[in-house]
Design a protein around this ligand. Structure first.
Ligand code: T5A
Length: 222
């Protein structure tokens, strides 16, 4: 049986990595095979492109070129990590995916939606997340969390954008969630981690019924 595909989206420091990791652990405890991965990155080729993008060296090339680089990384990630894992029956939990390009390069970068859709067609084809969590916190809260976690390390390419940019990002994610309610669930991530984790778990149980998978006879998930 093919696995399920869950993605985490939201602005900087909203808790995506934290909750993707907690969900992956909980699914494993429930007896489900899990692949925890991230974008940009998640495959050896895509991790190289991640470095180019987050260091900011590609910024002078323009937003269109950055979108092409995110797409190149995504294509490699889908082919070499996500698709093989789903085909083997694992559930894939991914920190960022297509919605990040839609919001950062599409809405905020003002790239033509037709161009963004064309990139999606080439990189992901028919692959769509079964469930997407959009973690929502005020921009200043997310940035403060990201800064605290980063410590003395250098701010990355997108963290360094203005507060107005991050507020617009939050609004763009809200609109995206409203536009696709069957796939996207917005989560108030200002609450304490255990509370947020429990909301996420309940949503997964309601929408994707992991108990049904883990109760299949051994060998049925492969
Ligand atoms: N990008 C990416 C694009 O522009 N286009 C694309 O197509 C793609 C795929 C990726 C960057 O690339 C851009 C978007 C990004 O700018 P990244 O380093 O992967 O860069 O950065 P982010 O994805 O933004 O990840 P962050 O690490 O900044 O944020 P997270 O993952 O949302 O936050 P997390 O979990 O690391 O938490 C941050 C801190 O807050 C604490 C955590 O313990 C941690 O210390 N925290 C909480 N504290 C209090 N209460 C809670 N509920 C908390 N939850 C977490």
């Amino acid at each position: 049986m093919r696995g399920r595909f869950i993605t985490f989206e939201g602005g900087e420091g909203t808790g995506k990595s934290t909750h993707a990791t907690l969900l992956a652990e909980r699914l494993k405890s429930a007896g489900i095979g899990v692949m925890l991965t991230r974008e940009p990155g998640g495959s050896p080729g895509a991790e190289v492109i991640r470095h180019v993008l987050l260091s900011g060296v590609a910024k002078p090339l323009g937003v269109e070129a950055e979108a092409l680089l995110f797409a190149a990384a995504r294509g490699d990630h889908v082919r070499n990590t996500i698709e093989p894992a789903l085909a083997q029956g694992a559930w894939v939990v991914c920190d960022r995916f297509i919605d990040s390009t839609r919001v950062y390069q599409g809405t905020l970068g003002r790239l033509d939606p037709l161009f963004i859709r064309a990139l999606e067609r080439v990189t992901v084809g028919d692959l769509k997340p079964d469930l997407t969590f959009i973690l929502d916190v005020p921009a200043e809260v997310g940035l403060a969390r990201a800064h605290k976690r980063r410590g003395s390390r250098v701010t990355d390419r997108f963290e360094a954008e203005s507060l107005a940019f991050h507020e617009a990002l939050r609004e763009a994610y809200r609109q995206l969630g409203t536009a696709e309610p069957d796939r996207c669930v917005a989560i108030d991530a200002t609450e304490a981690k255990p509370v947020v984790a429990e909301w996420i778990w309940r949503t997964v149980v309601e929408r994707l019924d992991p108990a049904r998978i883990s109760s299949l006879p051994a060998g049925a998930v492969s």
